[in-house]
Design a protein around this ligand. Structure first.
Ligand code: XMP
Length: 511
């Protein structure tokens, strides 16, 4: 059992970031809703209370039950967590005259406190709060101030263990020494050794899979993406050819992707069957224009094809899936203590239909950690560094009705864009790139003739996790080159535009 830092989630938008920062220290951290802390076992070395969109003064503010935690391990309350503890133990919290949002600087902090080791005076921190701590519990003392508030950080003791409250957010990068502060808490104060690494994860996960799966067989759908490939390789290393992989050609993949990816899977030694189901998908998409209807149709055919293939296998008891942590975190709903779990979007419905148990080796990892584990177990870089690609594929990048002819045009145009990005060393600079076929025709001249043909849009974004995104500032010369190549070489396209929208309010995909 690895040492662990438990994070009680009060619904802050930054909770996942706290977990990531701690894992970057090679310490395993887990997010649980504030009211589900459970028992503090010996492997839990510290507890962090997150921020929240609530005010501690709200009548329906989330209230953790700290009885089971206090006095067992060091505690760190961040923003709401700090205010909640201060108030709970007899201090005072009141609305600030003005909401403090943005950069501030730490002043007069206690140099001897281990929480501030290696942190310089005036260190910039990120504030985001509407209430302030005005009075502290009797046994607490201020250990840092900022320009505008008297209590930027406080410390109390409980059964000889430190309890800290900090008003700022160390987890966001605008808090310049925030990572050092978290390291101080996790390593120096909680005493974690940092025993959680991608290598240890891979090794233990394979052992665990071997135990869990015994002599059973597993079936799994692969998509060519990072998550399903890494998950499959871990299971493959545990049970070898008793893992049956299915890779479906839905006719909506990038140009040559099906054959290339299938080839890399075979090269990796995976027991994989490629299934050409293009015609079934095109048939189901005929006449459909609404994006959600197209998504549903694609999802349904996928399930039918997969089911048919899986039924031909004997003795399979498990369905492997590449679900990752952001898909399963139980995040606290801002509107109440009810918890929601996001279901995995691509293959929902399959396990019930096939009466299989689900095995998801990556359910505790963030995307960047999946890549590190993948690197550790030698997944080819072409797969590891691949841009995210949506399950419905080009089906949601052809606006309006999807036909095989349109797919062929889009594949050609997209191939020029992606190849160009690779040639100019830009592929790894952008988080995701896509070409979209618009349902618009425009006038052009080619040679002496007037043309009336399709428009494609190029989309390239930078992002951390796809939740927010900015359009990539690709060099003009690069865009010029790709545009010329597409218009000269792709029959049926006479105009190229570049999408300069951010997410939000736009999304990454157009449908
Ligand atoms: P949006 O368009 O919502 O996309 O900004 C965010 C990320 O999710 C991907 N995406 C999907 N992935 N099925 C998927 O598996 C879908 O229906 C789907 N829609 C969007 C998108 O490519 C981007 O990476």
């Amino acid at each position: 059992m690895h040492e662990k830092i438990l994070i009680l989630d009060f619904g802050s938008q930054y909770t996942q970031l706290i977990a990531r920062r701690i894992r970057e220290l090679n310490v395993y951290s887990e997010i649980v809703p504030y009211n589900k802390a459970g028992e503090i076992g010996p492997h839990i070395k510290g507890v962090i209370l997150s921020g929240s969109p609530f005010s501690v003064l709200d009548s329906n503010a989330p209230r953790p039950d700290l009885e089971k935690i206090m006095g067992k391990v060091p505690l760190l309350g961040i923003c709401y967590g700090a205010q909640w503890m201060a108030r709970h133990f007899g201090g005072e919290v009141a609305p600030s005259a003005k909401r403090e949002y943005g950069r501030a600087h730490l002043r007069e902090f206690d140099r001897d406190d281990p929480l501030f080791e290696f942190i310089p005076e005036d260190s910039q921190v990120w504030m985001s709060h509407a209430d302030s701590i005005l009075g502290l519990p009797e046994n607490a003392r201020i250990i840092a101030r900022s320009d505008s508030i008297p209590v930027a950080a406080y410390r109390m003791e409980d059964s000889g263990l430190p309890v800290y409250g900090i008003q700022f957010h160390p987890e966001v990068t605008h808090s310049v020494d925030g990572a050092t502060l978290l390291e101080n808490f996790v390593i120096r104060i909680c005493g974690c050794r940092g025993d959680w690494t991608p290598a240890s994860f891979a090794h233990e996960s394979i052992e665990r899979l071997r135990d869990t799966l015994g002599s059973d067989s597993v079936v799994m759908g692969l998509s060519g993406g990072v998550d399903s490939t890494v998950a499959a390789e871990l299971i493959h290393r545990a049970i070898g050819d008793r893992l049956y992989c299915i890779f479906v050609d839905n006719g909506l993949l990038r140009k040559d992707e099906f054959s290339e990816v299938l080839e890399s899977y075979r090269h990796m030694g995976l027991n994989v069957k490629g299934v050409d189901a293009k015609e079934l998908f095109y048939k189901a998409l005929k006449g459909l224009r609404d994006p959600e209807e197209k998504r549903k149709a694609i999802g349904k055919v996928f399930i039918d094809v997969f089911e048919e293939e899986a039924r031909q296998l004997n003795n399979v008891k498990w369905l492997g899936q590449g679900t990752i942590y952001p898909d399963v975190i139980e995040s606290v709903s801002v509107h109440g203590p009810s918890v929601t779990i996001k279901s995995h979007h691509n293959v929902g419905g399959l396990p019930d239909k096939l009466q299989l148990r689900v095995v998801e080796p990556l359910r505790s990892l963030f995307k960047d950690e999946v890549r590190k584990v993948g690197h550790e177990i030698h997944i080819p870089p072409a797969i590891l560094m691949r841009h995210p690609f949506p399950g419905p594929g080009l089906g949601i990048r052809i606006l309006g009705e999807v036909t095989p002819e349109k797919v062929a045009v889009l594949q050609e145009a997209d191939e020029h864009f992606i190849r160009g990005l690779r040639e100019d060393g830009l592929y790894d600079e952008v988080w995701q790139a896509a070409t979209i076929l618009l349902p618009v025709q425009s006038v052009g001249v080619m040679g002496d003739e007037r043309s009336y043909e399709n428009v494609v849009a190029l989309r390239a974004v930078t992002s951390r996790d796809g939740m927010t995104a900015d359009w990539a500032r690709l060099p003009y010369d690069f865009l010029a080159k790709v545009s010329t190549r597409i218009i000269n070489h792709v029959k049926g396209v006479n105009r190229v535009v570049y999408d300069i929208s951010t997410k939000p309010p736009s999304t990454i995909e157009w449908e």
